[in-house]
Design a protein around this ligand. Structure first.
Ligand code: SF4
Ligand code: SF4
Length: 141
């Protein structure tokens, strides 16, 4: 216990005054974009040209967030047709990224994922990657 009466109050006031005159560290988001760490875990991204639809990522996911859809061709080879992640339950832990033997998964810096509907939190990464590839082709990239 403090020996001097009001010592705690003075200490508290000292901290308040120091912060009041100190450098402000408030992020002015969304007017200014935050500077993210290089290995920030935002929305997952899938490279369908590397993905073999093996399901390892889904098996490693502790929350059962990943749903893979695939079809087999005449040679019994599996082809990816859908790759859903339900962000309502995603921990952004990165176990899926680490587990992928093909390096087909990575995190993007995209973090503005709030939605009013539960369905809005389910992303088909396969469809998104195909859309992005189509846009790149249309732009001549
Ligand atoms: S980041 Fe973690 S919780 Fe999210 S899909 Fe990957 S393994 Fe599952
Ligand atoms: S992302 Fe990687 S681990 Fe997941 S199904 Fe595709 S190849 Fe397999």
């Amino acid at each position: 216990m403090s020996g001097v009466y009001g010592e705690g109050l003075l200490k508290g006031l000292g901290i308040t005054i120091r912060h009041f005159f100190g450098k402000a560290i408030t992020e002015q988001y969304p007017e200014r974009r935050p500077k993210l760490a290089p290995r920030f875990h935002g929305l997952l991204s899938l490279d369908p040209t590397k993905c073999t639809a093996c399901g390892t990522c889904a098996n490693f996911c502790p929350n059962g967030v990943i749903r893979i859809k695939s079809e087999r061709d005449e040679q019994k080879r599996r082809h990816l047709t859908g790759y859903e992640v339900n962000l309502l339950y995603c921990l952004f832990c990165g176990l899926c990224v680490e587990a992928c033997p093909e390096g087909a998964l990575r995190f993007t810096p995209h973090f503005e994922l709030a939605t009013y509907r539960r369905a809005g939190a389910i992303y088909d990464l396969y469809a998104l990657s195909r859309e992005a590839a189509g846009e790149r082709r249309a732009a001549g990239g």
